[in-house]
Design a protein around this ligand. Structure first.
Ligand SMILES: Nc1ncnc2c1ncn2[C@@H]1O[C@H](COP(=O)(O)OP(=O)(O)O)[C@@H](O)[C@H]1O
Ligand SMILES: [Mg+2]
Length: 228
């Protein structure tokens, strides 16, 4: 089997609104390098909260996450921010592109954040835009692109710094059927051809079909792991 890229250890996250809600309740999961992983479950079951913890966007109340041998708990806020930039990529339901930057500039940004030269960032961003099928859209602004195209730009941006892991929260949730199928095919291609590791929340049955692991969440717990 391929090596482990991420592991959670007794992960807990709670919210206190009158009563205490354990949005993530003792989660222990392992992701292997080069796999496509899917999290499913009803609304409110803790999927987005878990993904935020895995992505280092939020801190657990207890437990830890180990990414490529690195414990998040051992990192300061600045160090965790550095890890997010260098080791993780993010794709969101509503794309979250920067509206006044072109598609190419959006993809360049994460590379410039870690100090890559303009020229090198532009070269790699151009390559990534070709990879996601948008070589003819480099100078378009996000609002000049369709939803499916915007999500392709977001995926190219997520891949900018060759992340160990790309996290996606309902990446096809705001797309029509055709764009949805194309984005599912793109994730599958990036996983199969480049060995990119993904973990994504999705309700899409075809994405689930392609996954190496399916985690089912209910009431903050991962209740079933299907290695289909
Ligand atoms: N910032 C927050 N403050 C209070 N409660 C929250 C917050 N974020 C999530 N929750 C609660 O945690 C639970 C899990 O939410 P979430 O992770 O968004 O679920 P899902 O993504 O599966 O729909 C829900 O009961 C939700 O209301
Ligand atoms: Mg959610």
């Amino acid at each position: 089997m391929s090596k482990e890229i991420l592991r959670t250890v007794n992960l807990f996250k709670a919210f206190h609104l009158g009563e205490t809600i354990y949005a993530v309740n003792d989660v222990n999961i392992t992701l292997k390098a080069g796999t496509l992983n899917v999290i499913v479950g009803p609304s409110g079951s803790g999927k987005s909260t878990l993904l935020s913890l895995l992505g280092g966007l939020d801190r657990p109340i207890s437990g830890d996450i180990i990414l490529d041998g690195q414990s998040y708990a051992a990192l300061s806020e600045d160090e965790l921010a550095m890890l997010r930039r260098r080791k993780l990529g993010y794709v969101f339901q509503f794309f979250n592109l920067i509206p006044h930057l072109t598609a190419l500039e959006n993809v360049m940004l994460p590379m410039q954040f870690i100090g890559m030269s303009h020229r090198a960032a532009k070269e790699r961003a151009t390559m990534l835009m070709e990879k996601v099928g948008l070589e003819k859209r480099l100078r378009h602004l996000p609002l000049q692109l369709s939803g499916g195209e915007q999500q392709r730009v977001a995926i190219a941006r997520a891949l900018a710094n060759q992340p160990a892991l790309v996290l996606a929260d309902e990446p096809t949730g705001n797309l029509d059927t055709q764009n949805r199928d194309e984005i599912v095919a793109l994730f599958k291609q990036l996983n199969e051809e480049d060995g990119q590791t993904f973990v994504m929340i999705t309700h899409d049955p075809s994405m689930r079909h392609h996954a190496h692991q399916v985690f089912e969440m209910i009431d903050g717990k991962v209740t079933a792991v299907d290695n289909g």
